[in-house]
Design a binder for this molecule. Sequence first.
Ligand code: GLC
Length: 541
Amino acid sequence: MSDTPWWRRAVVYEVYVRSFADSGEDGLGDVPGIRSRLPYLADLGVDALWITPWYPSPLADGGYDVAEYCDVDPRLGSLADVDALLTDAHAAGLRVLVDLVPSHTSVEHPWFTAAVRAGPGSPERALYVLREGRGADGELPPNDWISAFGGPAWTRLVEPDGRPGQWYLHTFAPEQPDLDWSTEEVRSRFDEVLRFWLDRGVDGLRVDAVPAIGKDLTLPDAGHAPGALFESSSWVDSPQWDGDWVHDVVRRWRAVVDEYPGDRVLVSEAVVAGPERTSRYVRPDEMHTTFNFDHLHCPWDAVALREVVDATRVALDPTGAPATWVLSNHDETRHVTRYGREETGVGVMGFDGNAPSDLVLGLRRARAAALLMFALPGSAYVYQGEELGLPEVTDLPEDVLQDPTWVRSGHTVRGRDGCRVPLPWSGDAPPYGNGSGEPWLPQPASWAGLTVAAQDGDPASTLTLYRTALALRRSLADLVGEDLAWDDTDPQVLSFRRGSGFRCVVNLGADPVPVDGEVLLASGPLAAGQLPPDTAVWVRA
Ligand code: GLC
């Protein structure tokens, strides 16, 4: 077991830094706040944290618009706070992954402000994707590419002399100009960014929006239909996404990471068309692991889930990389809410509207989904607050919404703020022990019963379910390997064995099903030895 690198079966907890824990009174989570809650995370039983961007940022996209890669936003802490966090996390047996955002900078990054000042044809401009427009006066964007947040992926610059000038490409918000990764200059600058964090002692990097790097820089039209959405999980041969040359860049990062001892890890965020394209990111000299968006986007349906599990394992087999499993993150509608809806699968980036949800049903399914995820071979991701069974906050007042999607969609798509509401730690009223100020997004009154303090020690709470599941996952020898054998069952029941005597059974059908063996853990009460609908159980056969 000790020969297996830690990341092959790690449970990684995603910390959305501005919402996790505020150490002060500005209503914004921060690095000292994370440090103060390390005992909670160690006790929860996770192996590592992935912390979303903490860099200086004008926050046009929640920190994914980086104005300086080798520093910490003063509102969130300092490099000294990071060092203290790393020391304490390591002492608590927790690894730490930072979030690298290479596809674009902020418009306020000095590289971009210098590029704007330096004018067309300059070496400074060569770092970005800047082009003349089409039309008689260059008044039309260079091509038809679309932004992930709605609207065109191009914005026209005002040149230093005040005239309208070149256009710059932004796959995301206009405040996030895309870098040109075909240039050696960009590549070598990022080698140094990687080394900066690896030298500080981070255990790895989660790399943001990797397929955006692989764009066709001859900039052909993509042929998008009018009003097309950015649904990269169904794009095949798109000139703006997942071109093969992105893998040269990935291999370069891997070479830098391999300079360091101690099982450092690279995790890619790559929302591409299906398991086979996804698996290309984890070939032996590329990333170590990649998020499983096919799992995250899968509806609550036994046949579909089994297909995802099998397709994931088949696609990864030739690469040797472990599978990952993930139910929620800071870009997606929380799965308690999703699973309580009629339509339980989702599109990417929260583009699934505001359909009504039965939250009692959603929570029952979410608890079952957690036991399924933790029983599968590979690594799993927990998004902060899912261990509390938090639902999406769907009724945030419009005037607090910050996700660029809200503005870019002409106020039709609310975006991702509803899964980013600050965590409730304790107490009966906001800010629920999350600092002492007014949280940057308002917390619902209904969260009083969902705080960590309210759930702590309650045998029926979701927090207790997660703690128990993670402790068992660590201690059961049957779960160490990467084997999985399905049982022959009713198609609406998922049942599989691991090791010599472990079985996980999940009932997604409408009727109770019998289960044999010693019950180790169940996501809800069993009735006379029968597993009710939307419930999962771990048994020793
Ligand atoms: C990734 C991040 C998301 C961000 C986008 C642009 O998808 O997870 O939050 O908006 O990249 O950086």
